[in-house]
Design a protein around this ligand. Sequence first.
Ligand SMILES: [Fe+2]
Length: 150
Amino acid sequence: MDYDVIIKKTDEEYKAVNELMEKLLAKMEMRSQSQLDAWTSEMKALFSQLLIHVKGFFEIEEQDGFMITVLQEHPTLAPAVETLRQEHQTALSAMERIQQQCCQAESPDCQAIDSLCKQLGEVIQYLKTHVRKENQLVQGALASDIGAQD
Ligand SMILES: [Fe+2]
């Protein structure tokens, strides 16, 4: 894939993931003031979108994006890249579990919704921390490139 296309696609997926996470967090805050059936179906729709974009984001990172570049130019960072790749699996598994629970419960009770919201909050936090770690890795690799050029 062309380098500019990779950058553009990564950027688009990152923005979509961020926007959807913020929408879900905002919607969770609105739960008590909302009509529960409508709130639940909006949450489900947003979550399905988030899952699609998280998959797209991870896929481009692993197949064409920064992971490939870092591995080619900084092979000593392979263990750190592998840890981040495993975090993709952990996040996707957690999200697929949430998705399954959403599908099983057509109109979930309060306890089930509490549990789903808790899991969702945790996975969003996990994703944010993951992205921060990736940014640190890339910045560290870039800094060492600049250092090497001096
Ligand atoms: Fe990632």
